[in-house]
Design a protein around this ligand. Structure first.
Ligand SMILES: Nc1nc2c(c(=O)[nH]1)N[C@H]1C(S)=C(S)[C@@H](COP(=O)(O)OP(=O)(O)OC[C@H]3O[C@@H](n4cnc5c(=O)[nH]c(N)nc54)[C@H](O)[C@@H]3O)O[C@H]1N2
Ligand SMILES: Nc1nc2c(c(=O)[nH]1)N[C@H]1C(S)=C(S)[C@@H](COP(=O)(O)OP(=O)(O)OC[C@H]3O[C@@H](n4cnc5c(=O)[nH]c(N)nc54)[C@H](O)[C@@H]3O)O[C@H]1N2
Ligand code: SF4
Ligand SMILES: [Mo]
Length: 746
């Protein structure tokens, strides 16, 4: 039997509508859903290629146990869980709860059950070793919001549907499809701004796919904070701002004015490479355009001061009169009664707030209960109380995604127990004792819960699983329920959770992600409020009556600041000393040995490290190469396509170079997520991007420091952009000591 089922894609943040064709229980095709109210028939190549991932012969479909020779053998779930439980119990007895850790990667965020159950397990266990991809991605956003609003999960998003002037600084939405913002068909959304007479300005060191379609202003990497401070400087010194009005919404206006006074555009121009007149013009325009917004993402997060830079983005929006107003930078709203009070109360729970705990190594603050993944290797290797001895990795590939993968790779081998929950064998779980097969998104039901406040058009959709789990794959949250049983002896809270599960299972009412989602749907925007609002939404109604999803409000609502800010005076705080102290880190990192600056770039047919095994995405042959300005290459005697060695203070890699004029001089861009080294099971990924030096591409994070002193102080963010590097032709450097580590970094 062949059926077409509406569902949605959960690879990246627009969550595009999809029609899944299922034949005799197999997923045979995916196509964009034309009836989806927001994505309206759009899907990108990754979304379409997902059929190949679901059916990939390299997928892990049965529990695997490591054999003494380092390979894996198939075992039953029962024996895997029994052995894992026994070994986990032993680690817990010998070393305590604080020796058990969990790293959850990016795809976990797209599964309600996975995120909630992991967070519950780790917080009830009380271990400080919870890690996520957040310290390479977005934790700075949470910390900036903690200081500005008192509410770490408040994240303003640009009202792209109504803005007339959008500045995109450090994001490439035409490739990434938008991040910390769910806005299907974002390319159309951006072009619509221009069509209604507005402008989109992209400030980026590279003339990106987005910059090519709009206006481009190049900037020196990792100088965005200086640029934003200069915008504030102009707004205050040219008296463009109604300061009295500002004081009704914010506290610390004087301190911010004094701070900005030190950053006249004439003084920052040499560092940012944006001339003072341009800065002044942009500042005036942001104030004078009624509907204007500034939006930043990865490029403004991975520098040395990601939290400060992100706080400054919001400050610029606020001071220009563009925060929390139509067409500006706006807050999504769950529409749940009492949400401010609830978040205010949560903000006192150590695991929810900022710096509720600090890391044993590096003394870095936890963010929403997670510690910086960059210190994970040292947490494993450094003896003492709280040493990490057992690690779970779910939906993550930290050997490729966090700094200094070689260090982590060797540390993983020292663990007493490592368990991976994944759909593939990858570079990280090559070191696991067990690999447990997880379902893909189309093998589970879900609701867009984590993204509810991030849609530029408030939207709800729920889906059933379109196929049954392949092989013996299981959903992560059910595996977590099984793990809890092994940990009850030394954790009264987990004992309670286990008891709750056992009792509710017996009466047929086990708590599931669907219950949690149903609660949020019923209480939230458009929900039935448990019968108080007739005809309102429930999980069931979403599935039955709105299989393509439903828009629950025409647009974001202005005036949310008072329900978003949890500070007692309900004012945005502009003078947090922790944030202002970061200004000390704005000095130049110049080093004549490393005259160039590294930045990252995302590719349209990659998703971090994990979609290089899909034939559709490898079509035409893929290369992994550094992008470098033609003249920088000429100066070094480097020709297009040649192999180069890229060296930083921390490591060295060799890969081909692609010469281009679409990048600022002095800047080199290298995609991350490559470095497939054959130890994993994804055969096509290992064979892709072949060069004289091998295949699988190289791991750019070999160039990045995992030393705690090099991490951003407030959110423990890895510094992955603006890193000083040198690039030389391979043959000339092959005899130098720096290059001798190149093969190891591959
Ligand atoms: N196709 C595809 N889509 C993806 C992903 C993917 O791997 N592939 N990954 C997903 C994930 S996990 C995320 S978090 C999002 C990220 O979404 P985005 O942030 O939109 O994506 P990036 O391509 O990382 O864009 C960052 C931009 O910042 C620029 N940049 C680097 N350093 C600086 C700097 O110092 N200053 C300024 N102003 N700009 C700088 C880079 O040139 C780049 O254009 O994308 C998601 N979508
Ligand atoms: N240099 C540099 N490094 C970066 C970045 C950068 O811009 N530059 N970006 C950073 C960012 S933003 C991110 S988000 C991280 C990503 O870092 P990670 O999340 O650590 O790595 P991914 O490559 O996303 O790996 C995801 C893994 O999840 C598996 N998987 C996919 N779906 C599922 C599922 O449903 N269940 C389970 N259990 N497993 C699944 C895949 O097979 C893969 O092994 O990388 C970061 N690293
Ligand atoms: S842009 Fe592509 S990968 Fe992202 S949600 Fe849409 S179809 Fe999926
Ligand atoms: Mo990310």
């Amino acid at each position: 039997m062949r059926t077409d089922q509406p569902t949605y894609c959960r690879i990246c943040e627009p969550l595009c509508g999809m029609i899944a064709t299922v034949e005799d229980g197999r997923l045979v095709a995916l196509r964009p859903d034309r009836q989806h109210p927001l994505s309206r028939g759009f899907a990108c190549p990754k979304g379409i290629a997902f059929t190949e991932i679901v059916n990939d012969p390299d997928r892990v479909l049965h529990p695997l146990r490591r054999t003494p020779d380092g390979d894996f053998e198939q075992v039953t779930w029962d024996s895997a869980l029994a052995d894992i439980g026994a070994r986990l119990g032993a680690v817990q007895r010998t070393h305590g709860n604080s020796s058990i850790g969990w790293y959850f990667g990016n795809p976990a965020t797209f599964s309600t059950g996975h995120t909630l159950w992991t967070a519950a397990l780790m917080s009830l266990l009380g271990s400080p070793h919870m890690y996520s991809a957040g310290s390479q991605d977005v934790n700075n956003r949470f910390v900036a919001s903690h200081f500005l609003y008192g509410n770490p999960v408040a994240a303003p998003i640009p009202d792209i549907n109504r803005t007339d002037f959008l500045i995109i600084i450090g994001a490439n939405p035409i490739v990434s499809h938008g991040s910390v913002m769910s806005s299907p068909r974002i390319r159309d959304g951006l072009h619509a701004i221009v069509k209604r007479g507005g402008d989109v300005l992209v400030i980026d060191p590279r003339r990106t796919e987005t910059a090519r379609e709009f206006d481009w202003l190049p900037i020196t990497p990792d100088t965005d904070a200086l640029f934003l401070l200069s915008l504030l400087n102009v707004m205050f010194t040219e008296e463009l701002v109604d300061v009295d009005e500002l004081r009704t919404r914010a506290r610390g206006v004087d301190a911010l004015t004094r701070t900005a006074a030190g950053f006249a555009p004439e003084d920052t121009a040499a560092r940012t490479d944006i001339d003072a007149d341009t800065v002044r013009e942009i500042a005036r325009r942001l104030v004078r355009t009624e509907r204007a917004a500034v939006y930043g993402r990865i490029g403004t997060s991975l520098g040395r001061t990601g939290t400060l830079t992100t706080a400054l983005l919001d400050m610029v929006n606020l001071v220009a009169g563009n925060l929390d107003v139509v067409g500006g930078s706006m807050f999504g709203d769950l529409g749940i009664p009492g949400q401010r009070l609830a978040i205010g109360a949560l903000a006192h729970v150590p695991g929810f707030t900022w710096a509720g705990r600090r890391s044993r190594i590096g003394n870095l603050p936890q963010v929403l209960g997670t510690a910086p993944a960059s210190v994970m290797a040292k947490e494993i290797m450094t003896p003492g109380r709280g040493q990490l001895r057992a690690l779970f990795v779910s939906a993550g590939n930290p050997v490729l995604s966090v700094p200094n993968g070689d260090e982590l790779r060797s540390a993983l081998g020292e663990l007493e127990l490592m368990v991976s929950l994944d759909i593939y064998r990858n570079e990280t779980n090559a070191h696991a004792d067990y690999i447990l097969p997880a379902t893909t998104m189309y093998e589970r039901a879900d609701f867009l819960l984590p993204f509810q406040a991030l849609f530029t058009t408030p939207f709800k959709q729920a889906t059933e699983a379109v196929i049954a789990p392949m092989g013996e794959a299981r959903e992560e949250w059910t595996v977590i329920n099984d793990l809890v049983a092994a940990l009850t002896r030394r954790s009264p809270l987990l004992a309670l959770m286990h008891l709750g599960n056992t009792v509710s299972r017996a009466v047929g009412g086990l708590l599931t992600p669907r219950h949690v989602s149903d609660l949020v749907i019923r209480l939230g925007l458009g929900g039935d409020r448990f019968g108080l609002r007739r005809g309102g939404l429930t999980y069931r109604r979403l599935i039955d009556d709105f299989p393509h999803g439903t828009v629950v409000a025409d647009g974001l609502s202005p005036g949310r600041l008072r329900t978003t800010v949890t500070h007692r005076d309900r004012k945005v705080r502009l003078d947090a000393p922790e944030i202002l102290a970061e200004l000390d880190r704005l000095d130049d990192v110049g080093d004549e040995r490393f005259p160039l600056r590294l930045i990252g770039m995302r590719e349209i047919r990659s998703e971090n490290s994990w979609q290089h095994n899909a034939p559709l995405l490898l079509r035409g042959g893929r290369t992994h190469s550094a992008r470098m300005h033609t003249r920088d290459a000429l100066d070094r005697g480097i020709g297009d396509g040649e192999l180069v060695t890229v060296t930083s203070r921390h490591g060295s890699i060799s890969l081909p170079v692609t010469l281009t004029d679409q990048i600022k001089r002095g800047v080199v861009a290298i995609p991350h997520g490559w470095g497939h080294n054959g130890s994993g099971g994804w055969r096509k990924a290992n064979a892709a991007a072949e060069t004289d030096l091998g295949s699988g591409g190289v791991n750019v994070n070999a160039l990045i420091s995992s030393d705690p002193v090099d991490l951003e102080r407030l959110a423990g963010m890895a510094n992955m952009t603006g890193v000083p590097i040198q690039v030389l032709p391979v043959d000339r450097t092959s005899r130098s000591p720096a290059a001798s580590s190149a093969p190891a970094a591959r």
